[in-house]
Design a protein around this ligand. Structure first.
Ligand code: HEC
Ligand code: HEC
Length: 401
């Protein structure tokens, strides 16, 4: 009797193992054959827009876990001093508090670190490269970027790739996660970048007072101003993440008149304006070579601004009230120092940036609206946190998906 039970139990176990093996083998097979990925259950409420699976890799829970561990692992920098999370910090909505961050060897970046909420929905990545669309390709920049007039060493792994693979292979937790995520595949920088891509796809922010219809009356008034023809913000900041042009529905690059160094239309560049300027920062021009693109940067999303100060592509605006003053004036005038010049008169300034006047009360309302797009649940969600640290606790009124 007992023998029969044990036998049938063993048979079930064998069958289970057999099907589990087929299922696991299926994922790489799907990828090799270019078949669509099996659905992944994102932690989103019913009816919410769903992210596309990242290109080149199907999302599985194991890969997301691996990606999360790698995101926080300093084993992925040449000198083991930095991880992605050194610059992309959860409590800052995956931006940081710096105007411009330093890389693992101490060099100062030309640009401000953007947050990573809902990035999967963006048309292109980074401040000025319309062609950069895939997370796994983007990850190669922090891994391999070098000291040039426009870029810095970030994680600086060039030349230590084998050492890094060695570190990952000999870490029992990471090696186990790799084996379960990519069965039969070697641990490589490529698979690490793919796992990071799956984790970043899950960084979804949908619990701001704006999303949950919990805005204050002032924020509602501010939204009306934001959407008004007088302020014209929605001409560029429309759509669910406020980073799309209302005319084209696409992300656009615009010069908003932050600089006009020495009246020559320039944005700051060390080679032209000395050490005060940092690395070259002519925006889209650096990619297209078209002079009309000088000073054009991608319209950023406006979620989580409460956590991502300072602002703009170079972190040169400290606060939202300061930014509202600049927009109200139709650009920024810098009166002294090597970067002086009247940004309002920048020859490439977008015609949709035009001066307006707000009363003190209206400014408070606009500010309240911008802050109502910040998501206190996102910055404390344990699913996105450093797995080697105690889990953060979310505010008690955060809804579950
Ligand atoms: C030294 C600081 C630093 C480190 C380390 C770093 N980043 Fe970034 N990250 C930045 C900056 C600065 C930008 C903006 C770059 C630009 O626009 O040229 C950026 C941009 C991005 C973007 C594009 C976001 C958007 O809104 O388009 C993604 C995605 C990203 N980083 C992911 C990562 C990942 C993954 C890692 C680890 C492999 C990493 N970063 C490591 C500073 C850093
Ligand atoms: C012509 C398109 C355009 C219009 C109109 C526009 N913006 Fe922007 N906005 C941008 C671009 C582009 C940037 C980034 C510029 C840079 O970094 O050089 C930006 C940056 C911002 C930022 C900083 C975000 C961050 O994370 O650094 C905020 C906040 C903002 N805009 C709010 C507004 C408000 C409020 C209005 C209306 C009063 C407005 N914008 C009108 C294109 C626009």
């Amino acid at each position: 009797m007992t023998g029969r039970i044990v036998k049938s139990w063993l048979r079930d176990l064998a069958l289970f193992a057999f099907y589990a093996a087929i299922l696991t083998a299926c994922i790489p097979l799907r990828e090799t054959l270019g078949l669509p990925c099996a659905a992944f259950e994102f932690a989103l409420p019913a009816g919410h827009r769903q992210p596309d699976q990242p290109q080149g890799v199907c999302i599985t829970p194991e890969r997301v876990t691996l990606g999360r561990h790698l995101f926080y692992s300093s084993k992925l920098s040449g000198n083991q001093k930095q991880s992605c999370s050194s610059c992309h910090q959860q409590q800052s909505a995956f931006a940081d508090q710096q105007a411009r961050s330093r890389g693992s060897t101490g060099q100062l970046h030309a640009r401000n670190t953007p947050g990573l909420a809902n990035t999967v929905f963006f048309d292109s990545l980074t401040w000025n490269n319309p062609a950069l669309k895939r997370f796994d390709n983007q990850a190669l920049i922090p891994f391999f970027s070098e000291d040039t007039p426009t870029t810095i060493e970030e994680l600086a792994i060039t030349g230590s790739e084998y050492q890094i693979i060695g570190r990952l292979t000999t870490d029992p937790v990471l090696a186990g996660l790799f084996a379960r995520s990519f069965p039969g595949r070697d641990i490589t920088i490529t698979t690490a970048a793919l796992a990071l891509a799956t984790f970043q796809t899950t960084l979804l922010s949908w619990r701001s007072p704006y999303d949950l219809n919990r805005q204050s009356e002032a924020a509602r008034q501010g939204e009306t101003l934001f959407r008004s023809e007088r302020l014209n913000c929605v001409a560029c900041h429309s759509g669910p993440d406020f980073n799309r042009s209302s005319a084209s529905g696409l992300q656009e690059f615009a010069n908003v008149g932050l600089y006009n160094v020495l009246g020559r239309g320039d944005y700051p560049d060390q080679a032209l304006h000395g050490a005060a300027a940092g690395r070259a920062s002519q925006g889209l021009f650096l990619v297209t070579g078209n002079p009309a693109d000088r000073g054009k940067y991608r319209t950023p999303g406006l979620r989580n601004l409460a956590y991502t100060a300072p602002y703009m592509h170079d972190g040169s605006v400290q606060s939202l009230p300061e930014l509202i003053e600049i927009l109200q004036a139709g650009g920024r005038r810098i009166t002294g120092g090597p970067l002086r010049g009247d940004g309002r008169l920048n020859p490439n300034k977008d015609p949709r940036i035009r001066p307006f006047t707000l009363s003190w009360q209206e400014k408070q309302q606009l500010l309240a609206f911008l802050l109502s797009l910040s998501d206190p649940c996102f910055v404390a969600d344990p699913a996105f946190s450093d797995p080697s640290r105690p889990l953060p606790s979310m505010p008690t009124d955060c809804p579950l998906p």
